[in-house]
Write a protein that binds this ligand. Structure first.
Ligand SMILES: NC(=O)C1=CN([C@@H]2O[C@H](COP(=O)(O)OP(=O)(O)OC[C@H]3O[C@@H](n4cnc5c(N)ncnc54)[C@H](O)[C@@H]3O)[C@@H](O)[C@H]2O)[C@@H](O)CC1
Ligand SMILES: [K+]
Length: 499
């Protein structure tokens, strides 16, 4: 599944029409028909539905939906919120088909009239504005959107909640707050942003028959799914030994935070790493070993040099603290160029002053900031990152030649060449201390076993979230009591589904 901007979507449509020879009216038919079928599954025939259409092709989808619902015997009324002369092109074609079927279309041009028309309506189908919206919402639509949001009716939006921009880095003016959105063909960037995602409600993507070749025209942003994980997940060979699955080093855990590295190292072993060594403060070792007796230990009491020769991957920074000696250690690890390094938590704090070293590294460097850490690394406000996470992540990864995992409800994974993936697994239970340490451990295990770093990162993020999801779905935990250690225990169930 590709994630697009409005411009990408228009380019894809153009390709389908110009190169694929598919008429625009057919794409509209496909979209409207498929959405109507979804509505028929979701709603009883006794529901009174109002289909609200605007001037563009989003409105055109609405005319098609009305035709199919009417045919099935649903009581539908079509409220056209713009004057007749504004309906043009493909939308006008489908409006005409509706007129042939004797479906009444009311022109509703004032908020008062709209209020009258919405009395006793159970379902509003919002086909007012799609991805063609620009600038502030003009009257009378602005007032109408606010009235619609105040109704008790359930709201289904077509493609995008009307008024909401498709792309990141736009200010939200006013928009429909949908209960569910049927997204036409491909999710738009705004589905994945903290400030705009809630407008969509539940969502489902509706394919409309665009040839896959059309996606060759746009920069690739994809979502990673279970099928991708299954295809790319390395098989464990029968004759493998512990050395075959990577020797990993976990560095961190200051005096008061032994749990962080305990979680990372246990997660790495549970995720399949062959051997894990924990480099931490001496007095922490008995505590950590109690939780992770399969790991080996190195004393890190005197921060300084640690030889990475012989290790296939390093994860540094979890619970490491922010004192100057910890920083010299991050510097030392970065200078040893030949080992893949994951930098997390306090390691990112120290990295802020060491960014210049990143481009010099010969092995992959993987950074795992949440939004706050990303704001710190880029000297930006956290709101700036939230508004344009795709762009911010891409610019940073390309500038510093790093792999970046920007952690959030939807995690954005970026490679140094700018390729981006979105991970959607995980739930609110993960918003708790220690879950990031677990992700670092899983990442360490995977980068040592996958040939492609990007695949390792995608799989680690997917599986980390999936473990949390399975714990909730199976009733073993709720989003309130889920702990980072439960996510580690849940890996067993995840791996069972892989085989
Ligand atoms: N071939 C295609 O292009 C397809 C398009 N589809 C649908 O078409 C939509 C895109 O169609 P359009 O490009 O016509 O765009 P819209 O349907 O979003 O409509 C744009 C129109 O809305 C009005 N408008 C824009 N900004 C406004 C504002 N701030 N205040 C008030 N009015 C405003 C303008 O009159 C503008 O012409 C998609 O979202 C999707 O639902 C689907 O039918 C599938 C095929
Ligand atoms: K809409």
């Amino acid at each position: 599944m590709y994630i697009v901007t409005a411009e990408d979507m228009y380019e894809i449509d153009r390709f389908a029409i110009d190169q694929g020879g598919i008429d625009g009216t057919i794409l509209m038919e496909n979209a409207g028909q498929a959405i109507a079928k979804e509505m028929m599954i979701a709603e009883e025939k006794s529901c009174h539905m109002a289909i609200l259409v605007g001037s563009g092709n989003n409105g055109g989808d609405g005319f098609v939906i009305a035709r199919y619902l009417k045919n099935e015997g649903y009581p539908v009324k079509v409220l056209q919120l713009v004057p007749n002369e504004k309906i043009k092109g493909d939308a006008a074609y489908h409006k005409q088909l509706l007129i042939h079927q004797k479906v009444p279309i009311q022109e509703v041009l004032t908020t008062d009239k709209l209020l009258e028309c919405l009395v006793n309506v159970d379902i509003v189908i919002d086909a007012i504005l799609g991805i063609g919206v620009t600038g502030e919402i003009r009257e009378p639509l602005r007032g109408m959107i606010s009235i619609i949001n105040e109704q008790n009716a359930r709201i289904y939006s077509v493609d995008i909640p009307s008024g909401l921009p498709a792309n990141e880095n736009h200010t939200i003016d006013i928009a429909i707050k949908a209960d569910r959105t049927y997204i036409v063909e491909a999710p738009k960037q705004s589905l994945f942003l903290e400030n705009t995602a809630p407008y969509y409600g539940e969502w489902k993507v509706i394919p409309i028959g665009i040839p896959i070749e059309a996606y060759g025209m746009i920069p690739k942003v994809r979502s990673w799914n279970l099928k991708d994980v299954k295809v790319s997940f390395p098989k464990r060979a029968t004759f493998s030994h512990k050395g075959s699955h990577g020797k990993g080093l976990v560095i961190g855990g200051q005096e008061l935070m032994p749990g962080s590295v305990a979680l990372s190292s246990r997660a790495a072993l549970k995720a399949g790493a062959g051997l894990v060594t924990v480099a931490t403060m001496e007095r922490n070792i008995p505590v950590i070993a109690n939780y992770c007796m399969e790991a080996m230990y190195q004393n890190l009491s005197n921060f300084g040099h640690i030889d990475l020769a012989g290790f296939d991957g390093v994860a540094i920074g979890m619970g490491m603290g922010r004192n100057r000696t910890a920083k010299t250690f991050v510097e030392d690890v970065l200078a040893q160029e030949d080992v893949p390094v994951i930098i997390d938590a306090d390691g990112l704090y120290h990295l802020k002053e060491l960014l210049g070293m990143l481009q010099e590294r010969r092995s992959p460097t993987i950074l795992t900031p949440h939004y706050g850490e990303m704001a710190m690394l880029t000297n930006q406000e956290i709101e700036t990152i939230k508004k344009a996470p795709f762009t911010m992540a891409k610019e940073f990864a390309q500038e510093h030649q790093v792999y970046l995992i920007l952690k959030g409800k939807y995690t954005i994974i970026t490679a140094p060449d700018g390729t981006q993936m979105v991970n959607a697994t995980g739930n609110a239970g993960l918003a708790k201390g220690g879950t990031g340490d677990v992700l670092s451990g899983i990442l360490l295990a995977f980068i040592m076993q996958h040939e492609s770093v990007l695949e390792a990162m995608n799989n680690a993020c997917f599986i980390h979230g999936m473990s949390a999801d399975l714990r909730i779905e199976s009733g073993q935990n709720t989003v309130i009591d889920l702990l980072a250690s439960d996510v580690i225990d849940g890996l067993t169930n995840v791996f069972r589904t892989m085989s």
